[in-house]
Design a protein around this ligand. Sequence first.
Ligand SMILES: [Zn+2]
Length: 442
Amino acid sequence: MVEAGTNCQPRKSGEGIFCCNKPAVRRGGCVLHAPKLTLQEKQGLTREERRAEDAFEEEFRSALACFIEERLLRGTSAFGPVRFAAVPWKEAPFKHAMEGRWEFAGCAFDQGLDLSSRAFGPRLFRHTLFRGLTSFNLSNLRDLTFSGARFDGPVNFEGAQFFGFMNFGGAVFNGDVNFRWAKIHGHVWFRGDPPDHCFSGACDFYRLEILPDGKLSFEHVNLGKASFPYVDLERPVFLDVSWHKPSGGIIRRGASLWDEFRPRGAMDADDDRGVIAESYRQLVLTYERRRDYETAESFHIGEMEAKRKAHGSSGLRGRSKRVFNIYSAYRLLSNYGTGIWQAFTVLLVLAAFSALSLFAGFRAANSSEVIRYVPAFRLPPTSVFGDFWRAMLFTLSTATLQRDRPYEPVGDWSHFLGSVAILAIAGQAALVLLAIRRRFRR
Ligand SMILES: [Zn+2]
C-alpha cells in the first residue's frame, strides 16, 4: 500500500532535519518513519481500521528487524528518527540493538517503552519523544542522556538505581512521574528550560535515597506538584525552583510543600504530618545555609502549620484540640514569629482592650474623681473618646511599669485588669520584637 507519488516527508527534530527517499505508505511517512498510533488512539478506530493498523505495525516490526540486521552487518548503530510501535525488545534481532550501543536520539516511542528490570546504558535519548507508558522501574541505569526529551505519558522509575551522569537537562514531563524508592549513586540532573519547567504533572519521590556519593540537582524546575516523603531534603541542590503556592486562607502562604496540600490517598499513613514537618525542617536548613532567608521563612511557617494540623482528631474533643492549641495561638499572635505587622496589630488590639478598665474604674493620680462606667451608661460620645484615651494611657502606663503613673487603679477588678494587661502587652511586645529580630538576623 503506497501513498500515490509521495516520498517520506523530512522529519524535523532537535537533532536536525532528516530526509529519507523511500515511498510514503502512511501519514506521510515510510514504514519506519510514519507516526504510529498510541494504544489510546487505536481505541477510537473501527474494527476494519484497527485490523489495517495492526497489519501495518506487523510490517513495521519486520522492516525494523531487517534494518537492524543490515546495520549490524555494516557495523553502524543509530536509528535516526524512527517512530517505534510496540517492539519485543527481549527477542532477536531487537535485543542486539538494546544490548549494543544503539542511540535513540531524535526517535519516538509511540506505544511506550518497557525497559524495566534490566541493566542499561550509557545511551542517548536526546530529543526523544516518549508517548504511552515509559517504564524503567527496578533497572540499573547508567549515563542516560534525556536532554530535550519529551515524555507525554506516565513515566515509571520506581526502584531504579542511577549511576554515572543522568542528564534530564531540558527534558519535559507532561504526565505523572514516579521515582519512588529510587537510589541515586551518581548525579541526577534536572534542568527546566522556559517556558517548560521540567515537571508539569505530579512527581513522586517517596523514599528516594541519595547515597553518600550521589547528587541530585533541580535547576529552574517546577516542584509545585512534587512529593518528597522520607527524602532527606538537605541533600538535593535547589536552584531557582518553584514550589507549591497555596491560594486562599486568611494568612497568605509562600513556598510550600505539595505534600502538605495534596489530596490524601489510601497509601498515606495517618501520622504523615510529622514526616511533612520533618521535610520542612530540612528545607529550612537547606535554604538558610544558602542564605535565602525569605524562602526558609515560608518553610518555617510550613513546619509550624504541619505541626498545628497534626493536632486533634475526630470527635468533639479532638476537633476543639485542633482549633485551640499552642500552634494556633502562635499563628494568631505573630504568624509563628514571622509577621511583624500581624504582631503589631494584635498589640494594638490588646491595648484597645483597655477600654475594659472604663468599667472596672480608675482615677487620675492628681484627682479623686473615679472614671467608671456602669453598663447602662448615657454619656455624650466626645466624653467617651476622652475617657477611652485615658483608659489606654492607664493600661500602657501599667503595662510599661512606669513609676509615676498619671492614672491609678481603683478597686480589685481594676488591679486585676492592670496585671493582665502587663502580661499580655509585654508578651505581645516581645513577639513584635522577635519578629523584627527574625527579619534582620543576618
Ligand atoms: Zn522514511
